[in-house]
Design a protein around this ligand. Sequence first.
Ligand code: AMP
Ligand code: MG
Length: 348
Amino acid sequence: METLFLTPTDENLALAAKALREGQLVGMPTETVYGLGADALNESAVRAIFAAKGRPADNPLIVHVPTIEAAEPLCYIDKRARRVMEHFCPGPLTLLLPKKPIIPQVVNAGLPSVAIRIPSHPVARKLLELSGVPVAAPSANTSGKPSPTTAQHVLDDLSGKLHSVIDGGSCEVGLESTVIDMTREVPTVLRPGGITPDMLLSVLDEVAVAESVLRPLKDGEKALSPGMLYKHYAPKGTLTLVKGEPARVQSLMKRLYHATQQEGKSVQLFAFAEHLPAYEGCNVKCIGSLGQPETIARQLFAVLRQADAEGIDVLYSEVVAAEGVGLAVMNRLSRAAGFRTIDADQEG
Ligand code: AMP
Ligand code: MG
């Protein structure tokens, strides 16, 4: 199948909406990352998503709808969940809610809950409205790779495996949605994203953050969110994080850089805008501003993909405090690095 690259004209959106209704796969821009969408109520269309991505069948999908009303046939929304939805939706937040029987098992891996999201991206909203069906959509990447934040990233991974991709430009948030489990007594963030725990506390009495957000699962530990089980967001090269006092981090990163070069490998450093002058003469990539972690979120996946395109063997990256949007950045960066971290303060 030749995948169509569509600009978001009315005509093209109608074409893509029709493809969705007919059980085909469509790549759609959202404010978080690009999604690989299919009619959530069409089992064989949903199976095609798993096949295209190489996604394990026990990793459930998020169902996208344009409004709270459109979510009502799919799940039970209590007062507390409604308050959260009214405040944060449309936006980069996914709620786990008790599912209604209409949801096919293949969508949510047979779990009692279903993940619901109302995206704010105007193109996604229009496509959802036009299609008239709930759209199951994981990130539109090959499973395990960094998520796509441009239409070209979608084609790079999945060209020929989907009907079309709609070009909506670069994603504003750049990391996947915050996932909050609203089926628990204390609502629990399973995956951090653009909507931070502090923001959620403005409408909830209590918010917990799953402990596994910043560490690998222990042997035998059950993932609250099946997606947390898998190696994720990884570039082809070996990425290691370097933490510690900034001057020590910079000096260690430079030592590691030169040592890796001596071994004849291609190496790149990821650093924040504020620290770039310290790495003069090195192959260094700016990954955003320390003072504005949302700028790191926005470009993280693109710089990981760029390093792959440049054939980089070894990568070292600075880290940001795991606070606010920094929590989401560190969740993704840690997984991209397979949790390999060096402490510059201990290395002397
Ligand atoms: P992605 O589609 O790539 O953004 O991934 C969706 C994330 O939401 C994955 O981490 C899933 O494991 C998680 N998820 C979706 N539905 C559920 C559910 N019913 N229960 C727990 N986690 C879920
Ligand atoms: Mg994904």
